[in-house]
Ligand binder design. Sequence first.
Ligand code: NAP
Length: 327
Amino acid sequence: MEHRRLGKTGRNVSVMGFGAWAIGGDWGAHDDVTSLKALHAAADAGVDLIDTADVYGDGHSERLIGRFLRERPGETFFVATKMGRRVPQVPENYEPDAFRAWNDRSRENLGVDTLDLVQLHCPPTQVYYTPEVFAALDEMVAEGRIRNYGVSVEKVEEALKAIEFPGVASVQIIFNMLRQRPAERFLAEAARRDVGVLARVPLASGILTGKLRADSSFDATDHRAYNRNGEAFDRGETFAGVDYATGLQVADALRDLVPQGATMAQMALRWILMHEGITTTIPGAKTPEQAMANAAAGDLAPLPPATMERIRDLYDARVRPLVHQRW
Ligand SMILES: NC(=O)c1ccc[n+]([C@@H]2O[C@H](COP(=O)([O-])OP(=O)(O)OC[C@H]3O[C@@H](n4cnc5c(N)ncnc54)[C@H](OP(=O)(O)O)[C@@H]3O)[C@@H](O)[C@H]2O)c1
């Protein structure tokens, strides 16, 4: 598995990570035994970066990862967690005492003294204009509570603002074949400032696997059933903000481009890694089979220039008008 340096953290991490939102169990079907098997399958395939958050399953995802870490003594993993969504999303809630309380809870859930990375979890835009917030994070590094901090953002402009703070080591942002604006506006600047980039929602919530159909049904607890129009949280988090019918049409148009021996999901993941400035991507796998298939995408040959061009053209014609100026 290829490794890339995660910006100012100085840590080399696998280009294919593990997104641990779904295994938290607060949406869709899941069971812990299968979730743990998925984590182990990813690790066996060379994945050593896991992304989670204190709110995924209200700590359940972190606790499962803690258990997984204990089951693999002597191995080194990089666990990126997040904080900031256990309370209403208002700037006043981003303050040092709350940070310390959330940090205590995450360290306990994960069973570690120091977190590798904590990311502010899509805070309101105003937070990026509040230097006191970043000073508080610097203090937490000094106290040994966290080794590094970063941000998870909704918008490119938030990412650009966040990385003006010298302590911001990483940015997590939606980047996939249906969400290409970060490549135009952000990745080069992140590289210039030595900021690591985690590409999230790489499969556009499953659309870019090519397996979804117009009549696919989702559990009522699955955000793909209830957040298509941003009813519960940012619309961009579900199907990358592209309406379902258009997403399916684009996935159909991509079928011809899938390299022999690969799946569309693997092509989607490889497309992300084609971009300089991307450190890792964190597909959300729930089963060992998905985890292994995703990890294997890290070893696919680079996509040919003609394929990259067709994907770009498809985006320009079908997707850009819908999403490009929204995030
Ligand atoms: N605000 C934030 O910071 C934020 C928000 C969203 C996500 N994230 C992070 O990003 C990670 C990934 O995002 P995501 O899970 O929402 O979206 P995603 O990775 O784009 O898509 C995940 C979905 O794709 C399907 N899938 C995954 N691997 C597959 C494979 N090999 N073959 C076929 N289907 C496969 C699964 O669908 P089925 O369930 O239908 O099998 C899964 O639910 C999360 O786990 C989380 O760590 C962060």
